[in-house]
Design a protein around this ligand. Structure first.
Ligand code: BV8
Ligand code: ZN
Length: 238
């Protein structure tokens, strides 16, 4: 695959790219949703019903993410971004590890575990305390309960983030889909948007997914190894 086929390069990542950093995925063995049902925790109804439980869940995840570092797959994506001129990284992850690895053009489809927002007004703020000592943080503007600034099931994604993601997918020449089970919508539609606009799809995963029948190449194995090997094969001459 010569350099010319690479750009615009769009990458879609899921929890699997952070697995080798020690962050459990959602749907694999020992996955987060196995211990907790997503519907019990990552929904507006659960926050309304039991904000304390939801905050204990997110404080537990904040603490876990705080102790994890970007892995070679995150770092390879930052290297690729620096070597190409037309690159976009779209992530479903909320852990911030792509930015910690040096990625700059990152669309966080499902928000960030390090950002909070008010449950009543439009106030948003960053809070990296681990854990948040008061349990449920309050909005400094109106005093209402703060919540993680993430997209819960049944909630719409930020319009401008989603529009930018669809736009990037529709203009891609090549899309890498890394470490996602491709079951959560609307993120799961992005590779199909890219494909119908003529992009080639390469899937990096340790198992088949519902997307596998639609991709041009499957690189099966841990993302840290597969992505670096792929880049060594395709990178344009320095
Ligand atoms: C919405 C943030 C409407 C919170 C998350 C159409 C069809 C079907 C369902 C729906 C649909 N449209 C909407 C829905 C409902 C729902 C949905 O998709 N449900 C699914 C589960 C059936 N979608 C929604 O509710 C969305 N909202 O549509 O709103 C609307 C519109 C207008 C107005 C009002 C409402 C919101 C979805 C976002 C939910 N939030 N997370 C938090 O994280 O706490 S979702 C959650 O799942 C995470 O964000 C995660 O990123 C995401 C996807 O999971 P993956 O990243 O793929 O992770 P997973 O564990 O599943 O897979 C890991 C993969 O990695 C595996 O394949 C594994 O093999 C692989 N792997 C493991 N190790 C490695 C590896 N690969 C490589 N290397 C390794 N080492
Ligand atoms: Zn407020």
């Amino acid at each position: 695959m010569s350099g010319v086929d690479l750009e615009p390069l769009v990458v879609l990542t899921g929890a699997g790219i952070s697995a080798e950093s020690g962050i459990p995925t959602f749907r694999g063995d020992g996955g987060i949703w196995e211990q907790y049902r997503a519907t019990d925790l990552a929904t507006p109804a659960s926050f309304k019903r039991d904000p304390d439980l939801v905050w204990r869940f997110y404080n537990w995840r904040r603490e876990m993410v705080f102790n994890c570092n970007p892995n070679q797959a995150h770092k390879t994506l930052a290297t690729i971004e620096n070597q190409l001129s037309n690159f976009m990284l779209i992530t479903q992850n909320i852990d911030g590890l792509h930015q910690a690895a040096g990625s700059r053009h990152v669309l966080e489809l499902h928000g960030s575990i390090w950002r909070l927002r008010c449950s009543a007004c439009n106030e948003r703020w960053e809070d990296r305390r681990v854990p948040i000592p008061e349990g449920i943080p309050l909005c400094s503007a109106c005093g209402s309960m703060g919540r993680p600034d993430v997209v819960w099931f049944g909630e719409a994604l930020e319009t401008n983030v989603l529009q930018s993601a669809y736009q990037a997918a529709a203009q891609a020449k090549l899309m890498l889909v890394i470490g996602t089970s491709a079951v959560v919508h609307p993120a799961a539609e992005l590779p199909l948007v890219a494909r119908s606009a003529g992009a080639r799809l390469v899937e990096f995963n340790v198992e088949d997914t519902p997307l596998t029948p639609f991709v041009d190449a499957v690189l099966q194995g841990p993302a840290t190894q597969q992505l670096e090997q792929w880049w060594e094969r395709v990178r344009p001459p320095a």
